[in-house]
Design a protein around this ligand. Structure first.
Ligand code: NAP
Length: 231
């Protein structure tokens, strides 16, 4: 797809990868609606602020009404609570599912008809290598990101007849607030977003933003327990 002429909606555009998505899309010449729960926290010159909590279906529907000429949705907003499966707080685990899976699903259901009108639309759903890996303190989050992976696979089947591209993004640790307290090597968000947008423009279905994503995808048919390649 031609990003320079696209009309894009980015969720969670007030910080981290979302802000970088919005900034780079503006730089490429796209018209950008920058979604944020608190629009006052947005700092993306050239983008139009869009009040958007993806867990609120009414607000998502209103966003689809405002951005009625969108042909690209970057489903970036997400949370990680670092809860454990066996003894973590269920409220945290539900919050990850409500945001990462159901929030993304709300966006898809509201914007699929909008993208269909454009004739050549696209969703980019941000998953994670944690969809493919068991890793201490990231497993409830991983389950929600595996749900986003499955969602993307299913959408591809449901939406291809409407001319809608569905791409999913896989990345390991990246230097944003989400990973601020985790002391591991991290990607530069600008690099991740550049690779994501190049993959999106090229029509890639699964965009692998770093070596860990490449390595993990290559081992998907193997015993998951033995791999320790995530950063
Ligand atoms: N950083 C990593 O290592 C990494 C690795 C793999 C995948 N990812 C994924 O990349 C995406 C971006 O994460 P990030 O690293 O940029 O994290 P971040 O810096 O923590 O930013 C998260 C963004 O999501 C927004 N958000 C959270 N809940 C929301 C909701 N209900 N409605 C709308 N916006 C909401 C936040 O808005 P507020 O400011 O209002 O909270 C914020 O803008 C996420 O999907 C994350 O799971 C990140």
């Amino acid at each position: 797809m031609d990003l320079s002429s696209s009309v894009a909606v980015v969720t969670g555009a007030n910080r981290g990868l979302g802000r970088e998505f919005a900034r780079q899309l503006v730089e490429l010449g796209a018209t950008v609606f920058a979604g944020a729960r608190n629009p006052a926290s947005l700092d993306v010159p050239g983008a139009t602020p869009l009040p958007l909590d993806i867990t609120d279906p009414d607000q998502v529907a209103e966003a689809a009404r405002i951005a009625s000429d969108a042909n690209l949705v970057i489903n970036n907003a997400g949370v990680s609570t670092f809860a454990r499966l066996v003894d973590g707080d269920l409220a945290d685990i539900r919050k990850e599912m409500e945001t990462n899976y159901f929030g993304t699903l709300h966006m898809v259901r509201a914007f699929a008809p909008v993208l269909k009108i454009s004739g050549r639309g696209a969703f980019l759903n941000v998953s994670s290598v944690m969809a493919w890996l068991g890793y201490e303190h990231s497993n409830t989050y991983g389950a929600s990101k595996a749900a986003v992976w499955a969602l993307s696979n299913g959408l591809r089947a449901e939406l291809s007849g409407d001319g809608i591209q569905v791409s999913s993004l896989f990345l390991a640790s990246t230097d944003t607030d989400m990973m601020a307290d985790v002391d591991v090597p991290k990607n530069d968000p600008a690099d991740v977003v550049r690779i994501a947008l190049e993959g999106l423009a090229a029509g890639e279905q699964e965009i692998l933003a770093d070596q860990a994503a490449v390595d993990l995808k290559a081992t998907l048919s193997q015993d998951r327990g033995r791999f320790s390649g995530a950063r």
